[in-house]
Design a protein around this ligand. Structure first.
Ligand code: PPE
Length: 305
């Protein structure tokens, strides 16, 4: 993964502070207990200047994640939308990845986080592709993890919480050590859920399927965008539970996420699926045109900076 590119300012608790000064105390609650929620958003260069993809929906999900953990963000969705735009403008970024984070700050220790203050930051930096240009064309090799997805009643996958990503990290480390680009997590019942930072789709006999949120996964905004694009292109799309062998027998498979975008899967556990199939490429091409403002029917997804 590429090194973090540094820009000028980070929005921190309502102020634009220098990148190097956006710091916290070592006794910050979230460092000890994973008590944070975050978002990952992309801003694309369009003919009308930078535009953030489905920004309001991302900030609404941010607010929902916070609510589930009793975190009062202290800013409305509208205020945070404006703060994201301000952060992009002040750093002069034509396109970027945006990382809003809310976390329990310094002041108390112990497992009840409620008395700890909540801090909110918004950072943005240039992040071209997550898995590389080649991955977008040729696809990635993935493996089903020996680690399981967290249950919906333990660390709910529907909450985009920082602590949840320890599970993703275990799976990603294992996948990389096994020579895969990404892991697929099954839940404790054996149903397919998602990747460590992406949702997942399979295509078989022309039908596009993706697991339902109730199987334990993040309700991805890219996932939703792809489902809408697929329907508009005339494909049949269903949310249905998938098992491991559904991956092996797929005609096509791809993963979606704000960072990853739309990435074809070339193989699963060494069973070859790819090269990227026609449905995947059709969806990917339409997605990239939509985010760059080339398709008027998706203009409402773009929020100008
Ligand atoms: N599942 C998980 C577990 C997940 O982290 C993401 C986003 C998704 C699905 C897709 O959601 P959406 O971005 O709304 O389509 N992962 C974020 C963080 C990735 C990272 O490596 O960091 C992201 O894509 O920004």
């Amino acid at each position: 993964m590429a090194e973090l590119p540094k820009v000028d300012k980070i929005w921190m608790d309502g102020e634009l502070v220098d990148w190097d000064k956006a710091q916290v105390h070592v006794l910050t609650h979230a460092l000890h207990y994973g008590s944070g929620v975050f978002e990952g958003i992309r801003c694309y260069a369009t003919v009308d200047g930078p535009a953030v993809f489905r920004l309001t929906e991302h900030m609404e999900r941010f607010e929902r994640s916070a609510k589930m953990l009793f975190m009062d963000l202290g800013y409305t969705v509208e205020e945070m939308v404006e703060a994201v735009k301000e952060t992009i403008r002040v750093n002069n970024l034509p396109s970027c990845y945006i990382r809003p984070l809310a976390f329990r700050g310094y002041g108390i220790m112990g497992l009840d986080p409620i008395p700890a203050p909540v801090q909110v930051i918004i950072a943005a930096w240039p992040w071209e592709t997550y898995m590389g240009e080649e991955a977008l064309r040729e696809g990635v090799d993935v493996g089903v993890s020996s680690w399981r997805q967290r249950g919906i009643n333990s660390l709910p996958p529907a909450i985009k919480a920082t602590g949840n990503y320890l599970n993703s990290a275990l799976a990603r480390i294992e996948a990389n050590q096994h020579g895969y680009n990404e892991a697929i997590l099954l839940n404790e019942q054996g149903m397919v859920t998602e990747g460590t930072g992406e949702n997942l789709f399979v295509v078989r006999d022309g039908l596009i399927s993706t697991p339902p949120v109730s199987d334990g996964l993040l309700e991805g905004i890219t996932r939703d965008s792809i489902m809408q694009i697929a329907l508009n292109l005339g494909y049949d799309v269903v949310e249905e539970s998938l098992v491991r062998t559904d991956l092996y027998t797929a005609d096509e498979m791809f993963m979606t996420g704000s960072a990853a975008e739309v990435v074809p899967v070339r193989s699963v556990d060494h069973r070859v699926i790819g090269p990227a199939g026609p449905v995947t490429m059709d969806l990917q091409e339409t997605f990239f045109k939509a985010v760059k403002g080339e398709l008027p029917e998706y203009a409402e997804w773009l929020e100008r900076v």
